[in-house]
Design a protein around this ligand. Structure first.
Ligand SMILES: *[C@@H]1O[C@H](CO)[C@@H](O)[C@H](O)[C@H]1NC(C)=O
Ligand SMILES: *[C@@H]1O[C@H](CO)[C@@H](O)[C@H](O)[C@H]1NC(C)=O
Ligand SMILES: *[C@@H]1O[C@H](CO)[C@@H](O)[C@H](O)[C@H]1NC(C)=O
Ligand SMILES: *[C@@H]1O[C@H](CO)[C@@H](O)[C@H](O)[C@H]1NC(C)=O
Length: 279
């Protein structure tokens, strides 16, 4: 199904519908499975494995996890927890690249997401790849920036009525707001974000290009906000995704539905496969 996204004429959206053959998708998922298996067997990061950190042993393998980590929705954190989280994300911007790039550790994440983007989207590996990616990001917060909590997440469905009012965009207890239309134009049809903890931040990649620019956002509004975002993240729409009967249809429904709604509604840096830049 062709998404109704036609916003960014100058820079076509990365999040295109599936156009890879089933054989190609199969090959990629086999590769991903082999990679995950190898990582599991050699146990690259034994001391950081969450199950070990929790002191679980083989005998503890039971149908239900004991004390699983809990990732909290942004608005359930108190203001102090939010500040600590935001400081840790800022800290990732102060850490040097571990990939030999000339930028920060935070931009390593956008770069990897963009280089792997053609293999981690529109494939069965979409969910598995992103799960592991977020795990690495969470560990970077903990190990490089001393963060002692876990990743926080945004429950989009709580904001289906008006994304712009979401507390995640708060200037002081969130990730800063919309692009400022009185400020410079930036990538993805957006303007520089001039408030919040990431105000005026310089980024170096947009999609597959090296392109210095300021952090860019431009929320869509009006009736298009409802069709692009509201209807895709409405609690009932999310429920329909969760009711998909098998992995493949769940994977596809999640990617095409709520996942694609976010870049199309936030725009700016979110529009391209360097979307992790958009925070
Ligand atoms: C790397 O970054 C530094 C500091 O921002 C800059 O002076 C230098 O020109 C950059 N080097 C390259 C190769 O981009
Ligand atoms: C991903 O595929 C698109 C379309 O074929 C191509 O233009 C782009 O350069 C590819 N990205 C990377 C990082 O290889
Ligand atoms: C960001 O830049 C704008 C001008 O483009 C300026 O007015 C604003 O004070 C800056 N914000 C911060 C937090 O530096
Ligand atoms: C965020 O900051 C901008 C610019 O400083 C200001 O115009 C806006 O009212 C602030 N928003 C909130 C919710 O505090």
């Amino acid at each position: 199904m062709e998404p109704e996204y036609h916003e960014d004429k100058e820079s076509p959206n990365f999040f295109l519908p599936s156009r890879y053959s089933d054989n190609f998708k199969f090959a990629v998922s086999v590769l991903a499975a082999v990679l995950l298996f190898v990582l599991g067997v050699v146990n690259v990061v034994p001391s950081h494995d969450p199950s070990r950190r929790l002191g679980l042993t083989i005998q503890d393998e039971s149908p239900s996890c004991k004390d699983p980590i809990v990732r909290q929705e942004w608005r359930t954190l108190d203001n102090t927890q939010k500040q600590i989280y935001l400081k840790s994300v800022q800290c990732l911007w102060e850490q040097p690249s571990v990939l030999g790039l000339n930028q920060s550790l935070h931009e390593d994440f956008s770069w990897v997401h963009s280089r792997m983007g053609n293999f981690s989207h529109n494939t069965p590996a979409f969910i598995a790849w992103h799960r592991y990616y977020l795990h690495i990001y969470e560990r970077a917060l903990q190990e490089r920036c001393g963060y002692t909590g876990y990743l926080s997440y945004w429950d989009w469905s709580l904001d289906w009525e008006d994304m712009a009012k979401s507390p995640i965009w708060d200037n002081t207890t969130g990730f800063g707001g919309n692009g400022n239309i009185n400020s410079d134009k930036s990538v993805g049809n957006g303007h520089c974000v001039t408030d919040g903890p990431f105000a005026n931040r310089t980024l170096h990649y947009f999609g597959t290009e090296y392109r210095e620019h300021c952090l860019s956002r431009r929320f869509i509004h009006g009736s298009r906000l409802e069709t692009t975002f509201g209807l895709k993240v409405h609690p009932e729409a999310v429920e329909r995704v969760l009711l998909e009967p098998d992995y493949e249809s769940f994977n596809a429904a999640l990617e095409d539905g709520p996942h694609n709604a976010i870049p199309r509604a936030v725009r700016g840096d979110f529009l391209r496969v360097t979307a992790p830049n958009g925070m």
